[in-house]
Design a protein around this ligand. Sequence first.
Ligand SMILES: [Zn+2]
Length: 69
Amino acid sequence: MDENNPVVILDGETWHIAENGRSSKIAHCGKKMTNQRTHSRVSTIGVAHVCKNCVRRYLEDFPNAFPQP
Ligand SMILES: [Zn+2]
């Protein structure tokens, strides 16, 4: 996977980071995803639109992954 541009899943109304793409059942923030609608990439939708908890935890692992919101 591209560490600087991870896959995001639209679950309900919220975009979450999901390392394993559409096969992920748990978002990076720990939320169980039960209503996956589509997927994209962080750079495509913009980091400002991604779940804040996912972004914070992702930046702990990859501090330079994307500009902090
Ligand atoms: Zn999340």
